[in-house]
Design a protein around this ligand. Structure first.
Ligand code: NAD
Length: 319
């Protein structure tokens, strides 16, 4: 009855982006059909320590587990530790035996990139000639990797960031071009992944027939897009409860600039065939907050690959 322990480098060696996209797509579809179990995230606010811990449990298609992940922005400067450190516990739904305990930091970035590329695949009107990155941090890397997995290496990569250094480093890695926030926002597909609390992407910069992935807003009060962008096209969210509370739509819903009826559908509903996709809308926006079903779907893939390839360290918690 051993549990497999998997480090970040184990997870990296076991998880391909193609497999991740297939698993995350299936998880969204199950969510759209109402087949997944996903109680709301639980937040443990550790204000005295300037951080928080979150539990994200989910069950989908025979896989059950929980992600235990934090946000401690001062960690790098004060303790030489990462700001975010995620762990995943994957449990056998039949017996509750812990099948695997693994690093979930890379898992989180991979599932985030995968979700956005799935949204682009289903909502963008055609394969993009340009993909713009507003914010060139950790998520931008997997956003790019996932878009290349879907479209091949066929588009120009436009990199913009408030930090010139961040934009340059990403552009070098991605074989892309450093551009202004305005030019990146004018790409065929725009990936916004900043921690902004006021709009970065302006309505006037986004062109007709674009698709925008709004990734950065994942907590109350966060916002990256001028609300006029949401009003100009179809807004697709990942989950009603999470997105209205903490996604890109949370601020404009609160100020009354956006009404709930103006939100078109969840991505899962579109994948499940319950709601139409882009139609002839001039613009689409995918508002991603990050769902626990995405994590459990990937944890299952990692565990299956670890068993098949004999990767990881066995540990008996109950001996
Ligand atoms: P990161 O710190 O690695 O990168 C963020 C980048 O944004 C940095 O390079 C920073 O210089 C840049 N930036 C900050 N403010 C900016 C602004 N006003 N204009 C342009 N660029 C700006 O962070 P990350 O891990 O890439 O995460 C980015 C955001 O995505 C965070 O808000 C995080 O909470 C969120 N996130 C969302 C999901 C999801 O599933 N939707 C998953 C993970 C992270």
């Amino acid at each position: 009855h051993e549990t497999i322990l998997l480090s970040r480098s184990d997870v990296r060696s076991l998880l391909s982006m193609d497999a991740a996209i297939a698993a995350v797509e299936a998880a969204f579809e199950a969510h759209g059909h109402g087949r997944a179990l996903m109680p709301p995230k639980v937040y443990l606010e550790l204000d005295a320590y300037h951080g928080d811990l979150r539990a994200m449990p989910a069950y989908v298609d025979g896989a059950a587990g929980v992600k235990w992940v934090n946000s401690h922005p001062e960690n790098p400067a004060r303790f030489d530790l990462p700001a975010v450190m995620g762990m995943y516990i994957l449990s056998d739904p039949a017996t509750a035996l812990p099948l695997a305990v693994m690093d979930a930091t890379l898992l989180t970035a991979v599932r985030t990139g995968a979700a956005a590329a799935i949204a682009s695949k289903h909502l963008a009107p055609r394969p993009p000639k340009t993909v713009g990155f507003v914010g060139c941090g950790v998520q931008a890397r997997t956003l790019l990797e996932a878009h290349r997995a879907v479209y091949g290496d066929t588009f120009e990569v436009l990199c913009a960031d408030v930090s010139e250094h961040a934009a340059r480093a990403f552009a070098d890695e991605a074989r892309g071009r450093v551009v202004s926030l305005e030019e990146a926002s004018g790409a065929d597909v725009v990936n916004a992944s900043t921690p902004a609390r006021a709009p970065v992407v302006k309505r006037a910069w986004v062109k007709e027939n674009a698709h925008v992935n709004a990734i950065g807003a994942d907590a109350h009060g966060k916002q990256e897009l001028e609300p006029a962008i949401l009003l100009a096209g179809r807004v697709v969210i990942d989950d009603w409860e999470q997105a209205t509370h903490s996604g890109e739509v949370n601020v404009p819903l609160q100020t009354g600039e956006l009404r709930r009826e103006q939100i078109h559908a969840t991505l899962g509903e579109i994948l499940a065939g319950k709601r139409p996709g882009r139609g002839d809308a001039p613009l689409t926006v995918f508002d991603s907050t990050g769902l626990a079903v995405q994590d459990v779907a990937l944890a299952r893939v990692v565990h299956a690959a670890a068993r098949e390839r004999g990767v990881g360290t066995g540990f008996d918690f109950f001996r």
